[in-house]
Design a protein around this ligand. Sequence first.
Ligand SMILES: CC(=O)SCCNC(=O)CCNC(=O)[C@H](O)C(C)(C)COP(=O)(O)OP(=O)(O)OC[C@H]1O[C@@H](n2cnc3c(N)ncnc32)[C@H](O)[C@@H]1OP(=O)(O)O
Ligand SMILES: CC(C)C(=O)C(=O)O
Length: 625
Amino acid sequence: QLSAVSKPRASVNLPQVKDRVVGPQRALIYDTTLRDGTQGEGISMSVEDKLSVFDQLVDFGFDYVEGGWPGSNPKDKAFFDRCLTMPDIHRDKLVAFGSTRRKFTKVEDDKQVEALITSGARSVCLVAKASLSQVENILGATAEEGLLMISDTVSYLVSQNVKVFVDLEHYFDGYLESPDYASSLVEACCSAGASSIVLCDTNGGTLPWDLEEMTRAAVAHPVVVENDVTVGVHCHNDIGMAVANSLAAVKGGAGLVQGCVNGVGERTGNADIVSIIGTLALKMGTALSDGVETENLTSLSRFVDEVLNRSPDQAQPYVGSAAFAHKGGLHVSAMEKDPTSYQHIDPALVGNIRRTVISELSGRMNIVQRLKEIGVDGNEEEGENKDWLNERATAILTRVKKLESIGYTFEGADASVKLMMLHATKRYCPPFRVLDYSATVFDQFIDSASRVLYKKKKSAGVGVNAASDSLDEGERATARATVKVQSLYEKEWIVDDPEHDGSVEKVERLEVADGNGPVDALALALKRALEPSYPFLSKVQLTDYKVRILDNEAATEAATRVLIEFTETETNRKWNTVSVDRNVISASLNALVDGYEYALLEHETFCMLCPADYDDSESGLGGWE
Ligand SMILES: CC(=O)SCCNC(=O)CCNC(=O)[C@H](O)C(C)(C)COP(=O)(O)OP(=O)(O)OC[C@H]1O[C@@H](n2cnc3c(N)ncnc32)[C@H](O)[C@@H]1OP(=O)(O)O
Ligand SMILES: CC(C)C(=O)C(=O)O
């Protein structure tokens, strides 16, 4: 008997993606970021935030955008009120969410239903319970009253010229519990005039193949067919299946998919509509509305994260910064030969980019790729040596592996990677060098209670520290640093200047600064010494500083890794640098130097090519490889 492994396999002959249509020809996309998305822990949006996200979603081409629940809170009500005052808003796409009438009340008297009408939205989405046990146990109603709550509310809203979607919460669990009750619900919605019924995997625990079958049954329900009602789907991600389930529903015939941008939402979130759109359009051949361009997915995803103040998920399918980042040496080498070898699509199709990550798992091709990305292709440098690029890449690779073995990690420090590579090319000359530096801590041991007294004394104006012009009044300086730098360019020698003759004059500056600690003092002194030559640095700020001890056993003898994040204040552009040393101060200084050097390099106000009279034996290239 053949084992599973050695059994001959039938050859798989899938049609080309573009020729393969799975499920209906078209699907409508319905966003609920502004409603179910805000049910995610830690997510909160102001009215302005909601309005700006609404605009982006409409521009992207969503068919429907749920704006919130006007009967829930003043902010959601204000959102709909604001929409009413905006003549240009796409009211045809705006949906207000709310519940059916409460049990044993008249729909005309129900405050929630009234809030939906006064919201002014032309479309409304009602949540209705589709599980008989929940109708009985949670609502405390009978099966009959559960059905009447829905049909009364739908027909009332339809009579008010409102288009109605019904979100059947717990539909799949309810169907398994009582298919007859689920069927009566579908009938109640459709007969009362709902345009769409949305089957919800509210607890997020359904499996795709089951969900597909149950969707297929709903789509084939005679009353759905007869009334031409669109069947939609709404999935949660409790077992990590929300996207798979949404797609399975489309395969089963659903013509509308709900989801949230970046998968935000209650508990583990909703189905990520970004992945859904990417897969429907690029893998399933499903037509989406005119105007939807998958190329805009990455910017949409980043925009929403920005508004929600969330760090983007780097591993997010399609749009994450790592979605097309290649780290393993074998992968990068193969990608060079065939770009489909480790990518399921061209990243440009979703507005993303391919990247090469540098680390100890790199091979030579990772380095060659990155050198090319930063504009070093070897053509200028090779001269006599035709293999210049490969030799340089091999030398850099050896260095990367050696440095990572002592604690560097280049993945989080792109700026340091770029500088390391440039330093390894003969044409580059750093704009400045640190000639020497010192840092001292001058503090007395004071217990925390006395420190409070000390501060009080200072604020009464007694004995303010004269050296400390960089600290807030009343604070004590605890550290002082000096830095002596040699800058190679002054403002007036900037390359754009037609008078510039390519020569270099070295300017030395020694600066001192006090800070809240030695690193703060060093950063201030270094910036002070550089700013007269490079005023652009006034716009650069340190925004994060992380220290990690690499060998816990060795305690204070251990190597220390410092990672620093810098931000350019005008553009909010960020970059990161890394350095490792036994001495935390040296590691910090090196990471600071990289950060400022990178800022200047990117700002491109000076030439990074070696000037004619620059002695490159001084450029720091020597001998590290
Ligand atoms: C599956 C989902 O995600 S649905 C959306 C859930 N989202 C939210 O709940 C966010 C917004 N919610 C809110 O602001 C509030 O919960 C409100 C304004 C809707 C209601 O607040 P309250 O009136 O204080 O009621 P509370 O939230 O404590 O209880 C919910 C009530 O709605 C009833 N209810 C629950 N589901 C439904 C439903 N589908 N249809 C009608 N009534 C319902 C419950 O039976 C309960 O009424 P009871 O106390 O008479 O039994
Ligand atoms: C109201 C519906 C759509 C819902 O949020 C759910 O069932 O999860």
